[in-house]
Design a protein around this ligand. Structure first.
Ligand SMILES: Cc1cc2nc3c(=O)[nH]c(=O)nc-3n(C[C@H](O)[C@H](O)[C@H](O)COP(=O)(O)OP(=O)(O)OC[C@H]3O[C@@H](n4cnc5c(N)ncnc54)[C@H](O)[C@@H]3O)c2cc1C
Length: 495
């Protein structure tokens, strides 16, 4: 089979590596435009990305230094809630020691929902929050056998370059050309791509299968094949971002920070040489200039001439990701604002599920339909979790936060989750009953709702035994944390 990938952003190069590695008797060619740059953001991952490198047998010592990468133990959410004691919380990547504390966490959340004044803050229960506070990484000393899961922060441009070199060294063909036109055959499949006049010699290129990694425009899936786009604008208001990196002048932190601002939220992603900063906001509530001023003020860059990039985001998904002889991967298939840094996770999941469909000969139409349903459910599961951040936040200081607080465009699934939490029912059973635990686990839902302090006023004291159990748990986590290695301070490179 000949496969052509259109697009040389992170999605394109991840697809090139995985397809080339996993599909036998397949020739992979990647075409990218020399005049359209990749989006140049997307610098935080989930814990899933480790498996991507493991599959390709790429060690951390090989790729991380080349991409200025750091470890990520989770995301710290700041100023999303004004409930005392809940102004910040940590959404951890969970580890093996958390198996010991998770039941106690779920139990404490239930007690607190019932009005018992018990500590149900997620940061007390999960090891990653302790490690982050103590500036420790995910690796243990030799005598401690329990593993902590983790993701990464990295420079997206350097990661693209690294993956491009890797793919081409393993036989992927790389063409730098702009596609001017996409031609379909009589059955509506893509027949060939017509290259623009600057492509020396070659005018057309044909293949059996095409992967659309052309970014938000969706050159193949949306433009040529006219697969409909379903917008999530009613659920999620943010449609823009300002990007403004700063030099790193502090000890690297093993977490992404997401701080709520007046019209959205600000990310801070620590790399070894800089901090990636950005403001995700809604143009319906503030202009790009206002957003830039607010971001600069938080970074102390109001009178500084470092330029900021302004991006617009298309939030939603295509109706079908695999249509005819084309698979959409990355921004062309859909995008949800990067609050939980899930986009590359979806890229990886989409390619891996696609490869799995080829395990037993040619995939049937039924297999393709079930693939599309599976990816759509995943995207909607992620969307609901992100929407939940806005509905669980009690900020009402601007029209933006008021509108978010009043937004009733919630899926039935999310409504049931809120209903279950507020009526003090078993949320773990509800998540299992809905079959959505693969997108976000019950622990993640408990973490979000308790992290924001969605609890009634306390009317009863915890028992002596309950207090003792919590104290033991603090000790347990402190002791476990002491077995993890401290992060090595990064000396900033001055430019
Ligand atoms: C503000 C923001 C923050 C984000 N943060 C995160 C994050 O923290 N974590 C995360 O996982 N994801 C994040 N993402 C998403 C992430 O950036 C993308 O999923 C990722 O970069 C993949 O992009 P892509 O490869 O699909 O598209 P792009 O990077 O846009 O690449 C498109 C490619 O298509 C090529 N192309 C376009 N037109 C043509 C043509 N006519 N002919 C030939 N080639 C063409 C271009 O040359 C380019 O190579 C973020 C996104 C945004 C907008």
């Amino acid at each position: 089979m000949n496969i052509i990938i259109v697009g040389g952003g992170t999605a394109g190069w991840m697809a090139a590596n995985l397809l080339n590695h996993s599909l036998t008797n397949t020739h992979v060619t990647l075409i990218e435009s020399p005049t359209v740059a990749p989006i140049g953001v997307g610098e935080g991952s989930t814990a899933q990305l480790k498996q991507f490198f493991d599959t390709l047998n790429i060690s951390e010592s090989e790729w991380m230094p080349q991409c200025n990468a750091t470890y990520k133990l989770g995301i710290e959410f700041k100023n999303w809630s004004t409930h005392p004691g809940h102004e910040q919380y940590f959404h951890s990547f969970y580890g093996q020691t958390d198996l010991h504390t998770q039941q106690q966490f779920i139990k404490s959340c239930l007690l607190k929902r019932q009005g018992v004044a018990i500590d149900a803050h997620p940061d007390s229960y999960f090891l990653a929050a302790y490690l982050a506070k103590q500036q420790r990484g995910p690796h243990t000393q030799a005598d401690f056998p329990f593993q902590q899961s983790y993701g990464y922060h990295f420079d997206s441009g350097l990661l693209g370059l690294f993956l491009a070199n890797r793919a081409t060294s393993k036989g992927v063909k790389h063409l730098k050309s702009t596609i001017a036109q996409v031609e379909l055959d009589s059955a509506g499949n893509i027949k060939q791509l017509v290259l623009d006049e600057n492509s020396d010699g070659q005018q057309c290129i044909a293949a059996d299968f095409f992967i659309d990694c052309s970014g938000f425009k969706g050159l193949l899936i949306q433009q040529a094949l006219a697969v409909p786009w379903l917008s999530f604008k009613e659920n999620l208001f943010n449609d823009s971002a300002i990007v403004l990196p700063t030099m790193s002048n502090q000890l690297q932190a093993p977490q992404t920070t997401s701080t709520a601002l007046k019209y959205g939220w600000q990310w801070a992603i620590p790399l070894t040489n800089r901090i990636g900063n950005g403001y995700v906001y809604s143009q319906d509530f503030c202009s790009a200039d206002e957003a830039e001023t607010e971001l600069r003020a938080t970074l102390g860059l109001l009178n500084c001439d470092v330029s900021a990039r302004k991006l617009t985001m298309k939030v939603g998904r295509v109706k079908q990701h695999w249509y005819k002889n084309c698979l959409a991967v990355g921004l062309s298939q859909g995008f949800i604002e990067p609050l939980e840094a899930t986009a590359l996770h979806l890229v990886q999941q989409t390619i891996e599920s696609f490869i799995a469909c080829f395990e037993h000969n040619q995939p049937s139409e039924a297999k393709r339909d079930s693939f599309n349903t599976q990816i759509n459910n995943r995207i909607e599961g992620i969307r609901d979790y992100i929407v939940c951040h806005y509905r669980a936040s009690n900020r009402r200081d601007t029209e933006y936060w008021q509108a978010n607080g009043q937004n009733e465009m919630l899926s039935a699934s999310l409504k049931n989750i809120f209903q279950c939490w507020l009526s003090r029912n078993d949320l773990t059973s509800e998540i299992a009953h809905q079959g959505i635990e693969n997108y976000y686990s019950s622990l993640s839902w408990h973490t979000l709702l308790s992290g924001y302090g969605v609890f009634p006023p306390s009317v009863a004291k915890p028992s002596y035994t309950q207090q003792q159990q919590i104290k033991e748990l603090y000790n347990f986590n402190h002791q476990c944390a002491s077995h993890f290695r401290a992060l090595i301070p990064i000396i900033p490179q001055q430019k």
